[in-house]
Design a protein. Sequence first.
Length: 682
Amino acid sequence: MSDLSISGEAFIDAVEAIVLDNVSREGFGVSELAEAMHMSRSNLLRKIRKYTHLSASQYIRLVRLKKGMELLNQTSLTVSEISFEVGFGSTSYLIKCFREQYGHAPGEARKAGQKVPARLPILKKYRMPFLAALVVLALAGAFFLVKNLLLYSEKPLEKSIAVLPFKNESSDSSNLYFVNGLMESALSKLQKIEDLRVVSRTSVEQFRNTDLPVPQIAETLQVSYILEGSGQRIGDRIVLTVQLVEAETDQPVWAGQYNRQVGDIFALQNEIAGEITDAIKVVVTPAELERIEKQPTDNLIAYDYYLQALEHMNEQNREGLLAAIPLLEKATEEDPQFALAYANLAIAYYYLDIYQIEKQYTDRINNYADKALLYDAKSAESLIAKALYYLHAKEFRLALPHLEKALEYNPNSSSVVQLLADFYARITPNTARYLEYALKGVQLDVGGQDSVTKSYTYLHLSNALIQTGFVDESIRYINRSLAFNPDNEYAPFLHAYILYAKDRNMERTTDRLLQEWQRDSSRLDILQEVAKMHYFQEDYANAFVYYEQFVTERERQGLGIYPQEDIKIGLVYEKMGYPERAGEFFDAYARYCEEDQSIYKSASMAVLHAREGKIEEAMEQLRIFSNQDNYQYWILLFFEKDPLIAPLKDHPEFETLMQRIQDRFWENHATLKKSLDAKGLI
């Protein structure tokens, strides 16, 4: 072990000992710890982050939680008493932090007798893998993931910022939308810079009316700078005060006071963005500067309507969208070339239509998106609008380049990252890309305290991790998803399959899925999974019971969901004595295979040919699939269990091909794991 490692362990041991000596003192925080360590606050922050990858306050909280776990296991104290003993001001806050750290409540830990490590871990030092070894065609997808993750994680810590909601100093509360618009503009301009990490608007919203000190906010959001401001609109003038605070010193590094005409609003926004980037020493490329300084409209009336609409769209519900649309329409009437307004109209109509079986607004979405691109083809919002149209029209391959270009123009857009994560999770499955965007989403939405949002963020990450074979890590995050929002309708469903990956007990998995479906029998997604579990166990009678309900409801509602399952449904109907009906499902599956453009097409075709008795054709398709990359872990867990491929198992090449598929998956997995471990991302 190097001297540096010994010094790091000794330092962390000393920090932990001091925190434990003061663990019952609720007011013992970073400043008190720095004083006890005879260090400056800034040096303490740097060293703790260096050796633990945590902020100082996070590390103190972790020590408190560790002590709480010990007291749970070694004493009969109540959770409320333990809360007092480890310095938590309220029992509810202890429970919340405990769930976030361990994935369940303190009472459950006591029942399970869970233990904690003898000492808290130190961040290990790793050597970077030699990148040339990754540039192999078979690992192309994995290399793309590693490359992008390293680009994100290697950005210096000082180049990260959160833009807090600006305070409305006006006595007229109706001016709030205008002040919020100024904050949104500052956020939007900074998000266009690749050299700067900018956390999302949803993450900072929790601090709208807070009195917390800047260092505490920054530690929560994991940023080094906070931009805060206040303003008011008085007639045709804007009065604005803005300051950029460095979290480590809690001192302003730049501040500005402005009293300008409303007509100067765009020049003012650009001036503020320039001051911020200069203060942080951010690298702004000429192309980024051009996009930052582009004026959205020359018409101030149109811009005012747009800001009012934006306030409603940020409500993120149907009522907000319906309120925003007429305001956006007024904006385009005032300025028929207002690209940002057209883009938001397309986005609003897309989300109004998203859950409707019969789509009503396809033409409007396309029309508004085209106008947005016509008047500003380099706007991320214009590209998002057109991508949503293609998603709406199910022209998925056309959506992808628009989303990727939108992320190029706005590298900090959490909405684009979420769309790309969903794209690679659901529409065009690619496990490496899905994990990439799930991790990026966590980085941009860091610190948000909305438990529902956190629950779905962790759900996405857990799903991405299990698809790439990180079973234990996926269990950790699915537990967090459930802890933050037990009512998350998808987390228990995924949880059942993750546990199957751990214990390989299909009967237990069937019971778990059945329990979830019985809680809500309208869930067709879970219903067909219950049927499929019986199918894999060759329990065709029970599979038929659930598949028949699924098929009946799917046809009644006119849904085109789960076409990839039709061949299984067909086999079950055939086994139960309905050959004609089975033939309809087999034909539907054949059509699905013809239209499939995903990496799974060859695997699907292998199953189809196996059912038809075309063994050599099936094996050829299996050979093709064995050369694919970035397929889901579920292939390893379930493909060989499918009764439909039984005819292939006697072929002399079958076991060799299946071993190649397994080996290829785990080679990719090992490369990903090594790189993610080295950066402390898992």
